[in-house]
Design a protein around this ligand. Structure first.
Ligand code: SF4
Length: 296
C-alpha cells in the first residue's frame, strides 16, 4: 500500500484569489475552471472524516517523514474550515510532528481590503493559529517582481518578506513553493536558482517545494504548442532539483517533476531529446547554478 504525507482536503471551496482575479496563470485549480466554487463548500464533518481516514492509512509514513503537508485548493486559513484545521493541529500536536501548509502572504498579514467579511475575519485570526511546529508555505514561485505580475500572483516580494517576518516572529518556520518555468517567464533555469537563493537567504525558508511547470489549461497549452513558451525539459528539472538538494542539505527540499509528462519532447511535441542532448542540458544547468551561486 503506497503511503503519503500529503493531504489534499478536497474541499469544493477554491482559492479566493482565483474567485477574485481568475487566479495565477499556471494554477491547476484555475485550469479546472468552474469545477470548484465558494458557494459549494464541503461540510466540515465530511472533511474531518476524510482526514481521519487519511491518517489511519498513512500514519507510519507521516511519522517516518516527521511532517504532514496540507495542500488545499488555495490556502489553509481561507479554504480549510476551522473545524478541520483544529483536527489537523490536534493530530500534529499529539504525535509531535511538523505541519506544512500553504497560505497567501497577504493572509498572515491580516487580509486584503476587498475580501468578504468572513474571509477578512479568517485572515485576522490566521497569525494567532501559527505555532512553533508549523511551517507556513508561501507560493513565491519566482523571486522577481515583474514576473510575479506576469503570472498574476497578486503578491510582491515585499509582501513575502513581511509575511515571512510575521511567521518567524511566532517561532514557526517559513516554506516556499518554487515553480520552474512558469508561463512566459524568461530564463527559467537561472530564475529557479535565484529564487531558491532568495527564499533561503532573505525569507529564511527551511522548506522548499519545487515543481516544474507544464502546460495546463488552454492558454498555456496554446503558448507551448506554438513555441512561444518553452518550460524546462525533464532532464533540466531533475538536475535543478539535484543541485538544490546539494546546495542546501540542511533544509527540507521536496519536488515533483511534472515535466516528465512531456516525455523529453521539444515544443510542438515531435522530437525526443537524445541521451547526448539530455547530458548537455544537465551540464548547462550545472553551469547556471555555479554562475548564480558564484562557484563557477
Ligand atoms: S494563490 Fe495558489 S491556489 Fe490561488 S490561484 Fe494562485 S496558485 Fe492557485
Amino acid at each position: 500500500m503506497r503511503q503519503t504525507n500529503y493531504f489534499y482536503p478536497k474541499n469544493n471551496a477554491s482559492c479566493y484569489w482565483k474567485q477574485k482575479s481568475g487566479g495565477c496563470t499556471f494554477c491547476g485549480f484555475t485550469a479546472l475552471g468552474g469545477k470548484y466554487a465558494p458557494s459549494k463548500s464541503t461540510p466540515p464533518s465530511r472533511l474531518i472524516r476524510n482526514f481521519r481516514k487519511f491518517t489511519l492509512k498513512n500514519h507510519d509514513f507521516i511519522m517516518k517523514k516527521g511532517y504532514l503537508s496540507i495542500c488545499p485548493n488555495g490556502g489553509m486559513f481561507t479554504e480549510v474550515p476551522p473545524e478541520l484545521r483544529q483536527e489537523i493541529y490536534s493530530y500534529a500536536g499529539k504525535y509531535g510532528i511538523k505541519l506544512t501548509y500553504d497560505s497567501r502572504a497577504q493572509v498572515v498579514l491580516g487580509g486584503e481590503e476587498w475580501l468578504s467579511h468572513e474571509l477578512k475575519q479568517a485572515c485576522k485570526d490566521a497569525i494567532s493559529e501559527v505555532k512553533v511546529n508549523h511551517i507556513v508555505v508561501f507560493g513565491l514561485e519566482v523571486a522577481n517582481d515583474a514576473d510575479l505580475v506576469k503570472i498574476n500572483k497578486g503578491t510582491a516580494l515585499s509582501d513575502f518578506e513581511q509575511a515571512a517576518n510575521a511567521v518567524l516572529s511566532k517561532g514557526a518556520g517559513v516554506g516556499v513553493n518554487i515553480l520552474i518555468g512558469p508561463p512566459m517567464v524568461e530564463d527559467p533555469i537561472r530564475k529557479a536558482f535565484e529564487t531558491v537563493k532568495y527564499a533561503v537567504e532573505v525569507l529564511k525558508a527551511t522548506y522548499v517545494y519545487i515543481g516544474a511547470c507544464v502546460p495546463m489549461g488552454a492558454k498555456s497549452k496554446e503558448a507551448y504548442n506554438s513555441g512561444a513558451w518553452n518550460p524546462v525539459s525533464p532532464s533540466e528539472a531533475s538536475e535543478i532539483f539535484r543541485q538544490i538538494k546539494l546546495l542546501y542539505p540542511d533544509i527540507i527540499v521536496d519536488y515533483s517533476n511534472q515535466a516528465v509528462h512531456m516525455k523529453h519532447r521539444k515544443p510542438l511535441g515531435v522530437v525526443r531529446y537524445s541521451a547526448k542532448e539530455q547530458e548537455r542540458q544537465r551540464q548547462n544547468v550545472r553551469e547556471m547554478c555555479a554562475a548564480v551561486f558564484g562557484t563557477a
